[in-house]
Design a binder for this molecule. Structure first.
Ligand code: AMP
Length: 193
């Protein structure tokens, strides 16, 4: 299995690039944001419990997302590998993920970290908010809260994987195809042919 984390702040292009990467490399896409939004859409108890936190731009509790990922790993036993998008977002989540993968005899091969300036992130998120249904993209204060959560809790996840020499930084500004090619170069250096 080849397991990849696509890492970066909100608005760095993880969703867009994930779609292209899963189609090229045949990976299973696991986005905790998408999974949580589906729970909200069908109004499950979990969805109702996390709705206001997400609307405020705060992270939902570690136990909830770890359990969602645990089930998703169990439900997809025969894939080539996983692309994690928006997870892990805290050091506790990263440690839990490493443990779950090692129980399955696998590990994270690579963390691709997209780097985008804050002013560009805000511009992209506000623009997405004008066309998407996402409540957390329309208000500049909520966007600022999400970026602050990223700085406070999520940036440390890259440090966790840096210790194992698994992080590759990629410039996340430019054309979608140019960024995609840089990500593919990073993968091809690591991935067995
Ligand atoms: P995203 O679609 O990845 O931007 O996530 C949207 C929102 O879902 C975040 O602002 C959080 O409220 C919540 N969320 C998604 N993934 C996680 C995670 N791994 N840990 C905690 N909260 C998450």
């Amino acid at each position: 299995m080849f397991n990849l984390i696509l890492f970066g702040p909100p608005g760095s292009g993880k969703g867009t690039q994930s779609e292209k990467l899963i189609s090229k490399y045949g990976l299973k896409h696991l986005s905790t944001g998408d999974l949580l939004r589906s729970e909200i859409a069908v109004q499950t108890p979990l969805g109702l419990a996390v709705k206001s936190l997400m609307a405020e731009g705060k992270l939902v509790p570690d136990e909830i997302v770890i359990e969602m990922i645990n089930s998703a790993l169990d439900n997809n036993p025969h894939v080539n590998g996983f692309l994690f998008d928006g997870f892990p977002r805290t050091t506790a989540q990263a440690e839990a993920l490493d443990k779950l993968l090692s129980q399955k005899g696998t590990e994270i091969a690579l963390v691709l970290a997209l780097q985008v300036r804050q002013q560009e992130l805000v511009k992209r998120l506000l623009s997405r908010g004008r066309t998407s249904e996402r409540a957390d993209d329309v208000n500049e204060d909520i966007i600022a809260a999400r970026i602050a959560e990223y700085e406070k809790k999520t940036a440390a996840v890259a440090e966790h994987y840096k210790e194992f020499g698994k992080v590759k930084y990629v410039q996340g500004e430019g054309s979608i195809d140019d960024i995609f090619n840089l990500l593919c170069e990073g993968i091809d250096e690591k991935k067995p042919a």
